[in-house]
Design a protein around this ligand. Structure first.
Ligand code: ZN
Length: 322
């Protein structure tokens, strides 16, 4: 019997109402930036200001505080994003700044902040903040890569409160893209789990197999194809368990997580993308993680949760910490 979907996926916890309709009714962010209730998240390059430990939170600003932190000239022309509006009417807006923009070392009131990226901080933030930062990073990457129209090559301009770009030359609209990818832990008749090591990873690093869904392909077919291409293992296409999804905006993926089963434990790593694949028993993986001989992806990744679902509990260590 299928189990419940994974919960606690770090970047899937968004809780702020997105109020998509509001982007079209009131796409002018200037009005919301004049409202003292509004809270603003700065993203500088791929980093956001964070305060507090051990329970870090995004260091949001009131609109009047913006100029205490960043030079007014750097705010002009910054792309603004309406992330959502709370039930009490508080709008949350992100402003995208270039990586090189100077910011005050301390925040209004003398608060210490550090600039952190989503991979590093996503699992430690509360649900609302994790959602705010995930959406901001996803949109920032999209704006960054879509300054020109994909049809005619003319420059595009942001619209709909940061959720659209328009080609003025043709009057056509471009929307943020999400690219589906599958990620899978394959299990054999002895209920061992198959993990792979990519060629560029250090020895001992292992994770679930993963790859993009190709044009014209279903997610289920992509799981079977990726397992065969990367590990030479044939999964039963009628026996897949979908366990949940997580946005992975580096730059635009949506990871669809699966467990799959095979009747034949024969494997053959592709030798290019994947240098090594290994069947682990639970005892082997638990011992490997405890000793540090095996390192898994950090908790911010869905891969970690897929592996721990199979193990039945959380495991120590990860490859972000030596
Ligand atoms: Zn165009």
């Amino acid at each position: 019997m299928a189990g419940p979907l994974l919960d606690g996926l770090a970047l899937s916890r968004s809780s702020l109402p997105r109020t998509a309709g509001e982007r079209l009714v009131d796409p002018d962010l200037a009005g919301k930036l004049a409202d003292p209730r509004t809270r603003v998240l700065l993203l500088r390059g791929d980093r956001a200001p964070v305060r507090g430990a051990p329970s870090p939170e995004l260091a949001l600003l009131r609109p009047v505080q913006l100029r205490e932190v960043v030079d007014a000239a750097d705010l002009v022309g910054a792309v603004g994003l309406l992330l959502g509006v709370d039930a009490d009417g508080t709008a949350h807006i992100a402003l995208l700044l270039a990586a090189g923009v100077a910011a005050a070392p301390t925040w209004p009131g003398g608060q210490e902040v550090s600039w952190r990226d989503l991979r590093g901080i996503g699992a430690d933030l509360n649900a609302r903040d994790a959602g705010l930062l995930t959406t901001t990073v996803a949109l920032a990457r999209w704006h960054d890569g879509h300054g020109r129209c994909t049809r005619c090559g003319e420059p595009t301009v942001p619209a709909a409160a940061g959720w659209m770009r328009v080609c003025p030359a043709e009057g056509i609209e471009h929307y943020p893209r999400t690219e589906p990818a599958v990620i899978v832990v394959v299990r054999d008749p002895d209920d061992r789990a198959l993990l792979g090591r990519r060629a560029e990873w250090a020895p001992g690093w292992f994770s679930a197999l993963a790859g993009f869904v190709e044009a014209g392909e279903s997610a289920e077919a992509a799981v079977v194809r990726e397992a065969e291409e990367e590990a030479g293992v044939r999964c039963d296409p009628r026996r897949l368990e979908y366990l949940g999804s997580q946005p992975w905006p580096f730059p635009a993926s949506l990871m669809l997580g699966y467990h799959a089963w095979t009747d034949d434990a024969t494997v053959c790593p592709d030798g290019e993308e994947i240098a090594d694949v290994r069947w682990f028993t639970r005892a082997e993986l638990i011992e490997g993680c405890a000793s540090g001989d095996v390192r898994l992806p950090p908790r911010v990744s869905i891969a970690r949760h897929l592996v721990e679902r199979w193990v039945g509990h959380v495991l120590p260590g990860d490859w972000s910490r030596e």
